[in-house]
Design a protein around this ligand. Structure first.
Ligand code: F6R
Ligand code: MG
Ligand code: MG
Length: 367
């Protein structure tokens, strides 16, 4: 059976700062999807990571199906009213347009979708980040799919030796979707030079060259391009299918042990280590570190199994310590150099405004 997995997420309000949606907010979303999605969906699950709520849905209508997008939009709109009534921080933050118009893309909520013919066993991972942007997935997807140090399947599994095709989006281009397709291993260095700039070039999807099946999709929306100003970090989600012609679940998880540095944490304007956390985790120190959660599931005839929390295992406790240490190291540097986000990524205008006001006080010596 050909099914579609749709993930639609938004931050419509949180408790105690940018920390976690209230129980009532999550319940409102769940009740809406349960009631209104009955005929539309085969199944659904609700997650939250930091202050973002994530709706995972399975159905047979294909990606970009308006009714599915509207279902999620309406759930977030209803939850916004709850957030306002509870006085939650940032109520309705990611609802950037007044009326729904066909698709949540370009309206605030993030989304990623994947359509496939189910394999006899269909394992996949739903990743969700908080306090960072979609380029956060560049590093782990590159290493998980391209690098035999992490993906031993490239050497061991004959079908994977054919490599993968990456679609990369230029997220600074706002007139439409500007994308490039690159095949690895042949074009690995071309891919690398783009992915090194995660605020500009973002992996949108990865396809197995052995059979043309989509392995991974990432939400690529940048809120500041939609709103014309910063309204918070995008806090991306990704779906990655695993095993057989794709990397194993462990290979996909392996690069997250790096706790690579991303743009995120306090005021959306600092460099932070990406900490692999248990499902439902919050942020804390310096509104960070940036977090990533990983839910492992199988889907069969469109129905989801129970969820396994893939970062809830003793190995990741050590990794979380490492992320804390990396975070403290970069924080010692305060706002200097690499510790603060590049100028165009700063979520607040204070620094830019101040530099502008100092500009005419500069003099050119000798003139
Ligand atoms: C992402 C997030 C941050 C905030 C940013 C600014 O989930 O919470 O990107 O949007 O820290 O927050 P305010 O405007 O509340 O200072
Ligand atoms: Mg937030
Ligand atoms: Mg968030």
């Amino acid at each position: 059976m050909k099914i579609t997995l749709s993930v639609i997420k938004a931050d419509v309000g949180s408790v105690g700062g940018h920390n976690t949606p209230s129980k009532k907010l999550v319940e409102t979303i769940e009740n809406h999807i349960k009631k209104e999605g009955q005929r539309l969906l085969l199944d659904y699950k609700i997650f939250h990571a930091g202050d973002d709520t994530i709706i995972l849905m399975s159905h047979t209508h294909g990606p970009d199906y308006s009714d599915v997008h509207k279902l999620a939009w309406d759930a977030f709109a209803e939850a916004t009213e709850v957030a306002k009534s509870q006085g939650l921080y940032g109520a309705g933050q990611d609802i950037l347009k007044n009326a729904f118009s066909g698709n949540v893309r370009g309206m605030g909520p993030g989304s990623c979708e994947i359509e496939f013919e189910e394999r006899p066993a269909e394992p996949f991972i739903l990743f969700a980040c908080d306090k960072t942007d979609p380029g956060a997935f560049n590093y782990p997807l590159f290493r998980g799919f391209v690098d035999p140090f992490h993906n031993a399947g490239l050497l061991l599994a004959p079908e994977m030796a054919k490599g993968f095709e990456f679609t990369v989006m230029d997220v600074n281009y706002t007139e439409g979707d500007r994308v490039i397709k690159l095949k690895v291993p042949e074009e690995m260095y071309d891919l690398a030079v783009l992915l090194r700039d995660p605020e500009h070039y973002v992996i949108e999807s990865v396809v197995a060259r052995s059979d043309g099946e989509t392995a991974a999709v990432v939400s690529t929306s940048r809120l500041h391009n939609i709103a014309g100003k910063y309204t918070g970090k995008d806090d991306p989600v990704a779906l990655v299918r695993s095993q057989k012609q794709f990397p194993s679940t462990g290979e996909i998880l392996s690069p997250y042990a790096t706790c690579h540095f991303v743009v995120g944490s306090d005021r959306g304007s600092h460099t932070a280590a990406l900490m692999p956390c248990k499902l439902g985790s919050i942020v804390s120190f310096f509104d960070g570190p940036a977090i990533v959660t990983a839910a492992g599931l199988c889907v069969h005839n469109g129905k989801f199994t129970e969820v396994v929390d893939l970062f809830d295992q003793p190995f990741w406790d050590t990794v979380r310590m490492k992320a804390s240490e990396k975070m403290m190291h970069i924080r010692e540097q305060g706002f200097f150099g690499a510790a603060m986000a590049p100028m165009e990524e700063l979520e607040y205008t204070g620094v830019v405004d101040r530099i502008k006001s100092l500009d005419n006080k500069f003099t050119i010596r000798g003139k």
